[in-house]
Design a binder for this molecule. Sequence first.
Ligand code: SAH
Length: 548
Amino acid sequence: MKRGKLLLIGFGPGSEAHLTMRARTAIEECEVILGYTTYVDLIRGLLRDEQVVMQAGMTEEVGRAQEAVRQAELGKVVGVISSGDAGVYGMAGLVYEVLMEKGWTEADGVEVEVVPGISAINSCASLLGAPIMHDACTISLSDHLTPWELIAKRIDAAGSADFVVALYNPKSGRRTRQIEEAQRILLQYRSPDTPVGLIKSAYRDRQSVVVTTLADMLNHDIGMLTTVIIGNNSTRLYDGKMITPRGYQRKYTLGSEKQTLAPHQRLREENEPWALHSVDEQQGTVEARPAPEQKREQVESLSARALADEALGCLYGAQESIAVASSPSSFVQEQIFEFAVSPGVANKKLSAAQMMLLAGIVGERGSMDYTPDHQFRISLPTANPDEVVSRLREAGLLVLPVGNVITVKACDFCDGEKTDSIPYADEIQALLGGIDVPKEMKIGFNGCGMACYGAVKEDIGIVFRQGKFDLFLGAKTVGRTAHAGQPVAEGIEPVEIVGLLERIIAAYREHGHPNERFHKFFKRIKQIEGFTYEEVPVPVLAEAACGE
Ligand code: SAH
């Protein structure tokens, strides 16, 4: 007798275009096809008259699986069809269960082939944009075969671990409360605004796609043919599409500018403080941790929520896992926060308390560089940059953005003796410090004619002399051809200086090319606020000590 064959075929969402080639040839190969009536109707166009089709209702799945095995044992080529993928809440598992019960083995039993198909999570996601993208899970809300308590635990775990969730079998005529419960559980971890997609009959005749929110989703039609895709805490809406970013971590600076790392910097260990290597550094080596069995014993008695927190703790280090535990309402997302700190524009003295606060905030995981601009430059992984800023500001520290922004550098006003011009320095800092410019820019400010802090060597230099201001523009601060700023004006009245600077900077912001340094900009546009650019004298060539 011919050896029978079982083909467990996933035919995808329901359109021929989304049926795989193997699914098509597998369906053609079958002598007998078993399937739920609606599914058989969906592939009707592919069937031939001589094929025996056995249709059955939804609830007769076990009978269908047993019949399929029986037919195959009679030597037939038998297809069992499932929508989507046969191995995702489909018939594949059930058929294997029947085979296992009969002691089937691959070597001497009927031949079995599982033909993969596009599951609803993928077909439905494609209609929404890119909502899956990152770690995601599927949860079926059908409690016919699974205890609700277990389903609720899984929803809770998915919520706390920030998985994107695809809910299958979300609702039927009789099962209406499950989706309400799922919403309630997820709202403990996610914002009511979390994007949610409701896809009904994807790639079928009555396809409908609704993009809504976690708070509002129950006000729309959800049924047996719907898949509900719930975004995680990073999922965003863009032009009606649901997009989940690939990376969790972003570089973050104060102000509007979000800085991305250059490609060659991205994979450096210090730029991935969330990765396993950093967790190892914080917690000792992997070997030093308890063995998995020990861990399991420790957590066995914990709730699903505590378990997920435990898992997060392993990922993000002890501190953050405590933060997560104390704020059950949402998953905390870390970013690398970069900023600069100084005691003030004029003030150069840091108190011991300020130093200790700073050290505490930077901690083991951050880094702190002292720069030539009289600032500490901090890089810190944190889930809460706003809190960091407010704690430092409360302690009287100046917290400033970094990158292509204006930095105001002032002298110490002879240790606070020459105080007349300090209010102007403070005003310039308040108005212009930290604002975006085409390329990083420094404004130097000296409180007396000695100009010992080198204001004239900055992009813009201001020197307070005999009650008025001298202005220098366009120093080239680095390189072999470095030069001081061009002295463009002397004796500017104090009431005019701040407004004049504002106008110069407005012109630079408006007309400067991206990444164009201020001295280049001045050279290119020639005139700014009535000041004319003058060519810098070409240096006289001295006899080179060696070489040319
Ligand atoms: N094996 C199937 C899932 C069967 S469970 C697969 O892999 O996709 C049935 C559930 O799947 C439905 O309640 C619905 O949530 C989802 N589903 C299946 N096909 C779908 C489609 N075309 N559009 C939307 N949801 C679908």
